[in-house]
Design a binder for this molecule. Structure first.
Ligand code: ANZ
Ligand code: ZN
Length: 821
């Protein structure tokens, strides 16, 4: 017979699939149960790379598996097409971002087709299409109506190189996520989404995802939301009507507050400083200017030398009545809690560092058994018994926290409260390539929403606009576009010229796929009922915080708007690892870039995909230097030869076939299903290799190629391989006499009766010596095997009256018994 030739096979089947559309999920009358499998959509910033190849190979395993288990699987794809990467690249090359983006999309699309991704090509969306972003604008206005979109002036994260604001989430260790420049602060009026209104729900609902999302991602989300429970406490300011309110997680330590600290960049600090001595005012101003150059992470670092300015004022401790000095410092942040703290150096490291730097007193209020901080000048942070604290004395930390809150509430000087690390989501960007914000600014009427019927507010052509970053949106210069009459009073007005953060686009795209071309709805409620939420989401861990948090937020808002009846968008999440080369991320500058197109030319699509799946557990990184696509290719050739060696003249009664081969096939079906459903794709591939070997043996030296059991095995093998190597699988399926597509062929039901009989020989060892062997069912439990071994006469004799030290059971094959002495 002919040889396995991946190129010929690819050329043969791609056009056939284009015709059959095996993954069309909207065939009228299709009554299969539904599943929604979603891969994170790509940025169109070039052709597909190895990272895409991994992600889409793995997503495909899941999507194809469920189709072959009888589901109507919706597996759509689209492009996250707005945003900085496209815009920066377009500017660099002097192109229109629009053309550049659509060209890349076309290129990626044809690469995905060749890569045989099981996407439903009738559900494609591109976020830069007006038909899509119109609904961003619609949603924005819905949020606006509900007070969830608002504008405020504040100090925002500013990337001096991208010349645009960044959400907190886009600042990574003080650097711009996109370009690695040092991020600074700038006062600007910007649009926000009120994510903080949903902070509790965003946190609490993570519990419902336990065991379904990677634990690491849940932890990252929890930390990002960062809920702290504590109290707000009011301190009087000596000689002033003004109150100083602090947030503390430790109201139990109130008696130990020996000074107050207000954030140097807070309004309160400025106010207090303005009434101070001239020298203090100057020192304060000087210090404020310096602070503006550092970021929050630097400011909060415990090991940073403490600096500050005494503001010549004193506060009164509401419980002890003590008069304590008020300082301004950078280690307190203006936008967390109340922007001011009571400092308890005895039990807080940063406060102690400050007290040591400024020679301030320390009062111990918790006896933890460690040396007293007032003497050691080292803070103690453990639990213990409250001391030096009047009515709180003798209580434990937790008791004292509750008691202190009670006392404060009774006196009207404080209340229990909580704070979140989570901030509202800053969504406006001063860039061209994004969704225009559908608001018109009128001198007389203020902010006026663009009326529904005028949506979408389309992006004007970029011709004649200077797109280079300069701190204000390029759209402001599009005179014809920006100058409009006010929808409310008809007077001269201007469009808001900022565009939306692209994370807005990706916060609801998974719903848009349900009716991607609808001009009537953002998403069709009937389709939502049928498909949503997403059953399985697949994507990189780089999106563990931002994207997932925002999509969860949108889903909750849509839930409250009555548009969806679920509160979490992604029922299950799988994070795939990265593809590395020689231990590090691939990049042009490192010179370790592996080109996907070259790999595909050399080894073929199937071998590359199979290699991705076989490399290890999907969440682990793959080092391309450690894997072997040519070995994958050899295996595929082997599997393909098995199919081509099966005789066409075979009796159809498979039950009359060779029982050993049948067992191998059905055991394979069972184990393969378990492996795929638990995301052990590499195990699935290994099982397919085992089955291939069994079938080879059966053909060459066993029951021979005409046995119906061999045909059964070869058929199930081609179905299984369809998950990893769709071209080879289709060809095998065709050689076995079937019409395409193998991707639609259902796995045979596992015949349990074949498995029950299947037995293995287990051995029992005592102190390293073989003492007995017995036949056991292959699926015997550890407990059953242990009992069996301990009941064996030979084993009993070997143990004699010695005491057992350890019994190690490796079901189904081994029991290892160690005795004492
Ligand atoms: C007194 C105290 C005593 C505190 C003690 C801690 C230990 P999390 O868990 O992060 O919420 N804090 C409050 N607002 C702050 C701000 N704007 N900038 C910097 N620090 C601030 O931490 C809450 C604790 O961090 C608060 O409790 C406050 O210090 C400080 F033994 O109050 B604590
Ligand atoms: Zn007006």
């Amino acid at each position: 017979s002919a040889d396995y030739n991946f190129q010929a096979i690819q050329d043969r089947w791609l056009p056939v699939w284009d015709q059959i559309k095996p993954f069309d999920s909207s065939v009228p009358g299709d009554d299969r149960p539904t599943k929604y499998v979603l891969d994170m959509f790509p940025y169109p910033s070039g052709d597909l790379h190895m990272g895409h190849a991994e992600a889409y190979a793995l997503g495909d395993v899941i999507a194809r598996y469920w189709v072959q288990r009888g589901y109507n699987v919706m597996h759509p794809i689209g492009w996250d097409a707005f945003g900085l990467p496209a815009e920066n690249a377009a500017i660099k090359r002097g192109l229109d971002p629009r053309n550049w983006t659509y060209e890349n999309i076309d290129q990626q699309k044809s690469s995905m087709r060749r890569y045989a991704c099981s996407f439903d090509w009738d559900r494609v969306l591109q976020t830069c299409d007006p038909i899509y972003y119109r609904w961003n604008q619609w949603l924005f206005l819905e949020f606006y109506k509900r007070g969830l979109a608002y504008r405020k002036n504040s100090n925002v994260n500013w990337c001096p190189s991208c010349q645009t604001v960044l959400a907190n989430e886009q600042v990574v260790q003080g650097l711009c996520e996109r370009c690695d420049s040092q991020v600074t602060k700038k006062a600007l009026t910007q649009w926000y989404f009120k994510v903080t209104d949903y902070a509790d729900r965003l946190l609490d609902d993570l519990d419902t995802l336990e065991g379904k999302w990677p634990g690491k991602v849940l932890t990252m989300q929890r930390n990002w939301i960062g809920r702290s429970q504590g109290a707000n406490v009011e301190f009087a300011i000596d000689g002033s009507e003004r109150k100083l309110e602090v947030f503390t997680t430790r109201p139990d330590t109130l008696y130990g507050a020996t000074f107050m600290v207000v954030a140097v960049d807070s309004d309160l600090a400025a106010e207090l400083a303005s009434g101070a001595q001239p020298e203090t005012r100057m020192a304060f101003q000087d210090y404020l200017d310096k602070t503006k150059q550092s970021n929050d992470i630097e400011r909060l670092a415990t090991d940073r030398p403490k600096t500050g300015v005494f503001l010549d004022r004193f506060a009164i401790n509401p419980l002890s009545g003590a008069k304590i000095p008020i300082w301004a410092s950078d280690y307190v942040l203006a936008d967390y809690g109340t922007g001011a703290i009571m400092a308890v150096p005895a039990h807080d490291e940063r406060d102690m560092a400050f007290a040591n730097a400024m020679q301030l007193p320390v009062i111990d209020v918790l006896d933890t058994g460690d040396p007293l901080p007032s003497e050691s000048r080292v803070a103690t942070t453990g639990d213990g018994t409250i001391i030096n604290s009047g009515e709180l004395n003798g209580l434990s930390k937790d008791q004292a926290i509750l008691r202190a809150i009670e006392i404060l509430e009774a006196k009207g000087l404080g209340r229990g409260s909580k704070n979140f690390r989570l901030r509202d989501w800053l969504i406006s960007r001063q860039r061209y390539w994004g969704t225009p914000i559908p608001i018109i600014h009128c001198e007389a009427c203020g902010e006026v929403p663009v009326p529904q019927e005028q949506l979408p507010v389309e992006l004007p052509s970029s011709a004649g606009l200077d797109l280079s970053p300069k701190g204000s949106s390029p759209l402001g210069a599009a005179q014809d576009w920006v100058n409009v009459s006010c929808p409310s009073c008809g007077g001269a007005a201007r469009r808001d010229s900022d565009t939306m953060d692209t994370f807005v686009d990706s916060s609801w795209y998974f719903l848009r796929y349900l009716s991607p071309n609808s001009t009537e709805f953002a998403f069709d409620p009937e389709q939502v009922k049928k498909w949503a939420p997403v059953d399985q989401y697949v994507g990189g861990v780089t999106h563990a915080i931002l994207h997932l948090l925002y999509a969860r937020f949108f889903t909750k808002v849509l839930h409250d708007m009555g548009m969806v009846d679920f509160e979490e968008p992604f029922t299950r999440l799988l994070n795939q690892g990265m593809v590395l080369m020689n231990g590090s991320a691939m990049s042009k500058s490192r010179g370790n870039l592996v080109r996907l197109s070259e790999q595909l030319d050399e080894h073929g699509v199937d071998a590359v995909r199979l290699t991705m799946a076989f490399a290890g557990p999907p969440e682990d990184d793959i080092d391309w230097a450690d894997v072997s696509p040519s070995a994958s290719s050899k295996f595929l050739a082997r599997a393909w030869r098995v199919a081509s060696d099966v005789s066409s003249s075979v009796g159809s009664d498979v039950t009359a076939g060779d029982q050993g081969v049948r067992k191998a096939t059905h055991l394979f079906l069972q184990q393969f299903g378990e492996a795929i459903e638990s995301f052990k794709f590499n195990v699935g591939v290994a099982k397919a290799m085992e089955l291939t070997n069994s079938l080879r043996k059966a053909i060459d030296t066993g029951c021979g190629p005409a046995d119906p059991a061999v045909r059964e095995g070869a058929e199930e093998l081609s179905k299984a391989l369809s998950l990893f190597a769709p071209y080879a699988a289709e060809d095998m399926w065709s050689i076995l006499g079937h019409e395409p597509a193998v991707a639609l062929a259902q796995f045979r039901a596992v015949e349990k009766s074949l498995l029950v009989e299947s037995s293995v020989v287990a051995i029992a060892q005592v102190d390293g010596k073989l003492r007995d062997r017995f036949e056991v069912p292959a699926d015997i439990s550890e407990d059953a095997l242990r009992e069996l071994a301990l009941a064996s006469d030979a084993v009993k004799r070997a143990i004699g009256d010695k005491e057992l030290a350890q019994v190690i059971v490796r079901a189904p094959k081994l029991v290892n018994i160690a005795t004492k002495g």
